[in-house]
Design a protein around this ligand. Structure first.
Ligand SMILES: [Zn+2]
Length: 297
């Protein structure tokens, strides 16, 4: 997997899932109908599969070794979890072996940060042991945005005699969030939280009500780990287009414009949660929108 640097800090990616996963048309609303043909030159084959027109998606964790701590950002879908989305159901991936391939065991992780608490960002928070969900990273503090946590907890508790649906949030809350809270390992943080002199967190609301981004700085270089502010590089070219999973579409688009503008104006690296290879890049302004430059170049 190689890894790379932000300033002097080592950044690695631990892959969980990768490939053609979702039809573009059911995942996004608002792209021009012929967007795949129109943009084929730069989105095929790494971001859209040419034959099927399916979106190429990744589920991965980013690992940041700051000057003080080893931090794992977003924890994917997880193994052994019963999920209503076929590509996410009852997975058995070698995620822990892939963590070992970058020289780390679960014991080495000091902090786990979930940008937000959707189903594909919390899974490896826990693993199944003797029929119980236990923290995967036994020595880590788990950092959740307070607003996001309170929203998820409220939805998880909302199912009951009223018959009000909660989209199954109670299931993944119980197997991937609650065990962390009950183990006393959760830290709830607010906008502006600073972990150490390399890493801080800021509100990036919209895709989910309390999503936060993670800013990593060293030696004059900055990386923005933005979770699901964008799902596809096409949203760099078309920043008003939301995924169908963005809970507040107006705020999601406003946050996307703000983050892309900052990256374009300051040369920051953008590191989202689901992009196809090479999974991160730089941003410039072009034609009243933005352009994506893969990798660090
Ligand atoms: Zn996601």
């Amino acid at each position: 997997m190689g890894g790379f640097k932000i300033g002097g800090l080592q950044i690695d990616r631990v892959e969980e899932l990768y490939g053609a996963m979702f039809p573009m048309g059911s995942f996004f609303t608002g792209f021009p109908e012929d967007v795949v043909e129109r943009e084929a030159q730069w989105i095929v084959p790494n971001h859209v599969e040419p034959t099927s027109g399916m979106m190429i998606a990744s589920s991965h964790s980013w690992v940041v070794r700051t000057s003080h701590h080893t931090v794992l950002i977003d924890t994917g879908v997880g193994n052994d979890k019963s999920r209503p989305i076929p590509p996410f159901n009852e997975l058995q991936t070698p995620y822990i072996e892939r963590l070992a391939a970058i020289g780390l065991t679960p014991d080495d992780i000091d902090f786990v940060i979930c940008t937000h608490l959707h189903i594909d960002h919390i899974g490896w928070n826990t693993r199944l042991e003797n029929g119980r969900w236990v923290p995967t990273f036994p020595k880590a503090r788990y950092i959740f945005g307070r607003k996001e946590y309170e929203y998820s907890a409220a939805i998880a508790a909302s199912e009951g005699p009223t018959g009000k649906t909660n989209n199954g949030v109670d299931v993944y809350y119980k197997d991937s969030i609650l065990p962390i809270v009950e183990a006393g390992k959760a830290e709830l943080v607010d906008d502006g939280y600073t972990l150490d002199d390399n890493l801080s967190m800021e509100a990036a609301h919209g895709h989910s009500p309390g999503q936060m981004l993670i800013r990593v700085k060293d030696a004059g270089k900055t990386g923005i780990f933005c979770g699901d502010v964008i799902h596809s590089v096409l949203q760099v070219r078309y920043p008003d287009v939301n995924s169908n999973f963005c809970e507040d579409p107006v705020q999601a688009a406003a946050t996307r414009h703000r983050v892309l503008s900052e990256c374009a104006d300051h040369g920051h690296l953008l590191l989202p949660a689901h992009l196809g290879n090479p999974h991160f890049g730089r941003i410039s302004r072009a034609d009243n929108a933005f352009r994506f430059h893969p990798g660090q170049d």
